[in-house]
Design a protein. Structure first.
Length: 191
């Protein structure tokens, strides 16, 4: 789950005030690990610290991500020039399982020079299913491939796994990167 700020704003509606009570109930009854991802950029540094403190207090796993624009590229948002230092601080404060650590490191390269190539396995290891039940590679590639989940076949999974997407180097979609991390050793044809 993504919780990006304390109060909803023009950058994100995924706020602590909107979900706090539900998360407290979830904490009481969940029989599984819950991860909250704080996306950096949709709040100021102080508000980001408040979100992280609230998540740490409730005891869930906590990761941080980089906010992206409509094309999946870094959007510093309200943090502007503080993005790199905020990212480093929040990484130190995050609470992760071993699986959350898979695929880490790309953010440093991305923040340094805007690029961090990888072999994207979206469509194979990671599926983004929209509100209409259509499978897309990720939230930034809606409609591609655009196949109904009930019709999505093993051949579609294999095709998505091996297909270069063309946007990998500048991708900030942490879920797609994490799901792809274990398959870097496998070949993938050039685009």
């Amino acid at each position: 789950m993504s919780v990006d700020n304390i109060e909803p704003n023009e950058w994100s509606q995924k706020s602590w005030t909107n979900v706090r009570k539900k998360l407290e109930l979830l904490k009481e009854s969940a029989r599984f690990g819950v991860n909250i991802n704080a996306v950096l950029g949709s709040s100021t540094l102080e508000q980001t610290r408040e979100v992280v403190a609230a998540v740490r207090e409730i005891g869930f796993f906590m990761t941080v991500g980089l906010m992206h624009d409509a094309n999946g590229q870094i959007e510093p948002g309200l943090l502007r020039d503080e993005l790199v230092s905020t990212y480093e601080e929040m990484q130190r404060l995050s609470r992760k399982s071993v699986l959350h650590r898979a695929g880490e490191g790309w953010e440093d390269n991305m923040l340094r020079d805007g690029s961090s190539p990888f072999k994207c396995r979206a469509g194979g290891r990671y599926l983004y299913v929209d509100e209409f039940g259509l499978v897309s590679y990720c939230s930034q590639r809606r409609g591609s491939p655009g196949i109904d989940l009930l019709a999505y076949s093993a051949d579609d999974v294999e095709r998505g796994f091996y297909a270069p997407k063309g946007c990998e180097a500048q991708c900030t979609i942490g879920c797609a990167r994490r799901a792809s991390a274990f398959d870097e050793w496998r070949p993938q044809p050039s685009a």
